[in-house]
Design a protein around this ligand. Structure first.
Ligand code: NAP
Length: 266
């Protein structure tokens, strides 16, 4: 009944928070009173977001800024250890750091693309979750993983990417079973969201073909606009809040409605 979005006193760690959706998520949690952890590989971007995050905090709380590559076990250990050392606990883990690479099964480097996507988009989600569970149990905390609508419907050139995101979805559901009642585990499936996400990435996929698919997708969004990081962040704040206290193992689709209007493009 009271303001469920008050995160005063809570500690929130968001991977990939130096850009895009993750940046939107740490900014919202900071504005809602939380202590947050800003992280990514690029030190200058981590520093920039950390400064902006502090400005948004009602009490000007200083975030923890950590440069880390989520594909490195040592970096993940350090990220979590520094969080606990600095703030003493963890309430919300948001698995978000990800890369988009689209590749046809016939592309020569398809398996290289697949290995990268699994390492960043799936293994890192699981590894950090594995490390964080004892701390989240201690706080009755919550996990939110950023998946994608392409985990729910297939998209041409998306075999490898979709598999990585479908992995995040099923991880969410199995962990909801394993970690209840102490920890709630949910996923968000965004559609097209305006960020630095590069749909052609370094995958070798034809950029013109990727752009054609993206343009066609945009024409099919019922709400006729591209989603913003704040649209996704609002969903994360809801799932992490007490307002969602009876929600676990769920997928929250935030896509302007395209999931039901993909017409075979997705
Ligand atoms: N934008 C969309 O349309 C869309 C749609 C559905 C789902 N998503 C998902 O949303 C999530 C965020 O993507 P975004 O759109 O916000 O893209 P973005 O603007 O490119 O941000 C990606 C973030 O992940 C970090 N990152 C990537 N690889 C990393 C690594 N190896 N180690 C540590 N950090 C790493 C990046 O930091 P550095 O580059 O500095 O390392 C950056 O902070 C991803 O999981 C993506 O799959 C995006």
């Amino acid at each position: 009944m009271v303001n469920g979005r008050d995160f005063t006193g809570k500690v929130v760690l968001v991977t990939g928070s130096s850009s895009g959706i993750g940046e939107g998520i740490v900014k919202l949690f900071s504005a809602l009173g939380a202590n947050v952890v800003v992280t990514g590989r690029k030190a200058d971007q981590v520093k920039r977001v950390a400064q902006e995050v502090q400005d948004l905090s009602p009490k000007k709380l200083k975030p923890l800024a950590v440069v880390a590559d989520v594909t490195k076990n040592g970096d993940l250990n350090n990220l979590l250890n520094q969080t606990i050392k600095t703030f003493g606990k963890l309430d919300v883990l948001v698995n978000n750091a990800g890369v988009g690479m689209f590749s046809h099964i016939k592309d020569p480097n398809f398996m290289k693309v697949f290995d990268t996507l699994i390492r960043v988009n799936l293994r890192a989600y699981l590894k950090l979750t594995h490390l964080a569970v004892p701390y989240l149990e201690a706080t009755n905390g919550s996990i939110v993983s950023i998946s994608s609508i392409v985990a729910l419907v297939p998209m041409k050139l998306g075999t490898a990417y979709s598999i990585s995101k479908a992995g995040a979805d099923i991880m969410t559901k199995t962990l909801a079973l394993e970690l209840g009642p102490r920890i709630r585990v949910n996923a968000i499936n965004p559609g097209m969201t305006q960020t630095n996400f590069d749909a052609s990435g370094n995958s070798g996929a034809d950029p013109a073909l990727v752009q054609k698919i993206v343009t066609e997708m945009f024409g099919r969004v019922p709400l006729q606009k591209v989603g913003q990081p704040l649209d996704v962040a609002n969903g994360v704040a809801f799932l992490a809040s007490n307002d969602a206290q009876y929600i676990t193992g769920a997928n929250l689709v935030i896509d302007g409605g395209i999931l039901y209007n993909s017409g075979g493009i997705l």
